[in-house]
Design a protein around this ligand. Sequence first.
Ligand SMILES: Nc1ncnc2c1ncn2[C@@H]1O[C@H](COP(=O)(O)OP(=O)(O)OP(=O)(O)O)[C@@H](O)[C@H]1O
Ligand SMILES: [Mg+2]
Length: 338
Amino acid sequence: MSGFNLFDAEEKNLEQAEDLRRHLLTAPEPVKDGINTLIEAYSRSVREQRRLVKVSDRLQAQLASVNQELGKRKAEAEDALESLKAAQESLVQSEKLASLGALVGGVAHEINTPVGIALSCASHLADSTAAMGKLFDADDISVEDFERFMATVVDTTGLILSNCERAAELIRSFKQVAVDRTSSERRRFNLGAYIRETLASLGPHLRQSGHAVRVECPDGIVMDSFPGALSQVLGNFVMNSLVHGFEVGQSGTLAITVDRPAPDLVRLIYTDDGKGIPEEHLGRVFDPFFTTRRGSGGSGLGLHIVYNLVTGPLGGSVTAESPESGGTIFTLTIPLAP
Ligand SMILES: Nc1ncnc2c1ncn2[C@@H]1O[C@H](COP(=O)(O)OP(=O)(O)OP(=O)(O)O)[C@@H](O)[C@H]1O
Ligand SMILES: [Mg+2]
């Protein structure tokens, strides 16, 4: 912007003042002096205004360049944020891949044992059968030969069966790990009623154990979610309490408490007052194949499945704690409608 046009009127005034000064050459001294002072003051003020306009122009130009700089910085920051998001995304992906890799490695490792045993039993059986065949061809089977052969058959087939069952069981649990969103049915259900139904379905195990079971759930919480996933989660918690929480013959209390930390969230706190989980295990209980019962039926997939169900279809989070005073606490926080 230029100050030129802005000062047209002032320029004219100054010219008129100069004219006036010429006309007043004959006027008395005090009038001339007064007019001169006025004209001086007026032209000083016009100079000052011009200076101010220049300053303001300069400031505006600076402001414009600062604004431009700011715009550039903002664009840079947005770009940086974009690439950060992309980096985060790929980190999450590689984390997923890594944990999938660990899972597959774990499955191979776990299944290796029973399949290996079944295989060597089968080959032992094949050898014994071939030897028996030869004796039969030579018509040279003694009663002892036959008895030994029968004992081998019974032992090896027993081992083959139990180890194949173990492998099949591992594969079954492994299949559950790959939670399929579409395979489980989504529907509306009353949370309190559903928790009680689930516990009732676990009745036989619970009754035998002699533990007390407490449920505290506000009435009228209706969820639009995956009830099958929820009952699988609760089932795992309860079975874990029974298997890991207490010594045989010892009985305690299992409790489920529900509240709503926000209008669209439910928090489900599952506790038992058993042995608890040692501090050094707490960070690993959700890992696939982490179990303190290897060799006596534990595959270590239970809580991993829980983790996948909660963070997958149920769309929430789950934590494990074990206070100094003992017992185990699992806290689920899940949306009413994921
Ligand atoms: N309520 C509990 N009290 C004490 N320890 C627990 C409890 N729940 C889980 N744990 C510990 O966490 C480990 C992992 O549990 P998880 O359910 O994943 O495997 P698991 O029960 O050993 O085997 P699986 O469930 O596959 O049969 C258990 O081996 C146990 O050491
Ligand atoms: Mg378990």
